[in-house]
Design a protein around this ligand. Sequence first.
Ligand code: 9MR
Length: 571
Amino acid sequence: MWQSRPTLNAARSPGGTSRRRMFTAGAATAATLAAMATVAIGGSAQAALAPGTPLKTLAAANGNRYFGSDMTGDLVSNSNVTQLQAQQFNMLTPGNEMKWQTIEPNQNQFNFGPGDQIVQYAHANGERYRGHNLVWDSQLAGWVTQIPLNQVQAAMENHITKEVSHYATVTATMPQTPYAWDVVNEPFQESGSLKQDVFFNAMGSGYIADALRTAHAADPNAKLYLNDFNIEGMNAKSNAMFSLAQSLLAAGAPLNGIGFESHFIEGQNPSGIQANMQRFANLGLDVAVTELDDRFTSLPPSNAGLQQQATDFANTVKACLGITRCVGVTQWAIGDPDSWVPGAFSGQGAATMFDQSYAPKPAFTAVQTALGATAGNTVTVTNPGARTGTVGTATSLQISATDSAAGQTLTFSATGLPAGLTISSSGLISGTPTTNQTANVTVTARDGTNASGSASFTWTISGGSTGGTCHVTYTRNSEWPGNFTAQVVIQNTGTSAINGWSLTFTFPGDQKVTANFNGGFSMSGENATLTNASYNGTIAPGSSITDGFQGTFSSNDASPTSFAVNGTACS
Ligand code: 9MR
């Protein structure tokens, strides 16, 4: 059984428990070493690289997801570690360098150097990064708890604005903007009550919406997350997070995702991770596994224990793969030597996919298998054919599928659904379309062995406002090998409100949208469609909204020049 960890916070040293960074020789087996490339570094042979297809490649091929790791400044110059990191992972989370204690140690004195170093590492290796974190009761600068309570809101807003603006501005030394921010970290007690920290004491529960709005104003392109541990299964704490997410969305707060940290104990994964994460996804939120590890409570691990750890890792990754809106998985370390666990839980550890010598454990192979392999089963999705719908009229469609193997439970997901529609894990698409568009929908059904099948069809929605005239400004704002981000500003130059928008344009070359930071998207050849999210669909006459997206390209990076909103060409 999973045991809750009410002592996790107490066991941490907020001042920064030092992480063990020892490099011990020779823990890899002869068989493992034979299968691995050995790389000469600084004159010594180091088994630094893992065999087979890298996790990041498998994750990208599996619904365009990422596979990430954390990274700390002391590791950036350690090529033994960075080679493995860059080989396997393509999303970074700074372990400590963007926390309040580091960024603003004294009021209004900002220290961005350590965080910038992590971003530069990410950029140099073609990786994106998640900003971690803006508001947390731990690793908080001491002065925040000493100023009068009536000054805390201004201090929090100033901290968020300065930090988020710094990282949202691309410069020669700050080459890349973040994919996401953990805006509020670990707000809950195990009971599901909000922690009575300085932010709660100053502002009540409203500090969370205020923090999200402040971050959104400073960087409208970053996905904004709440992040917590022990919310992976259904329990009082995850129920509280679910209620909070619902009320924030109802209030129009710019919340885009929930991070499920996933600090597990070997053999004690909670049940129901996928169903729990799916209910958040059904709210229209992204979900992510943000800090995965699976620790042994006594060392060294037995072979049976390593097999169980492999099952734990694979099951967590499969839970993510079963959810369309699960954007990726991050392991909280690169390997066991740089894990936080031994520093926080004496005598415990071995919590990652790579051992004390950075050689892959069974968990690594199991995750590779979960990400890519099938057991030979064939899943066939029945194509419902081209469909039509009307803005404002509720609709539903049950997708059906068959599996060549008996006894498999199929989990459904979809990409490119018309705005306003969602799919349940049992394949029921339902909702009320919000905007005119021709959506290119792909429905996927996946079984317990990770075998999957898909069907694609168009869904044409009409009957909505065509929104009048519009003006679109397109700015390509960052680029790294094969990837770019761009900003689009849609201005309503007409006299009636646009209620729900679908922005269409054609790339001049081989470019693809891979993520819309504030809404949905679909691609058909070079034709791109961006659609609104729940919170940015209305554009009053004379006003505008700003959206951004990430894309890939292979050679032609020219920007599109013609745009249409809800089918009407813009100036
Ligand atoms: O990995 C971080 C470690 O180096 C620090 O000592 C520790 C202090 O609390 O924080 C670690 O990361 C935490 C993360 O920021 C939030 N979730 C729990 C992580 C492990 O404590």
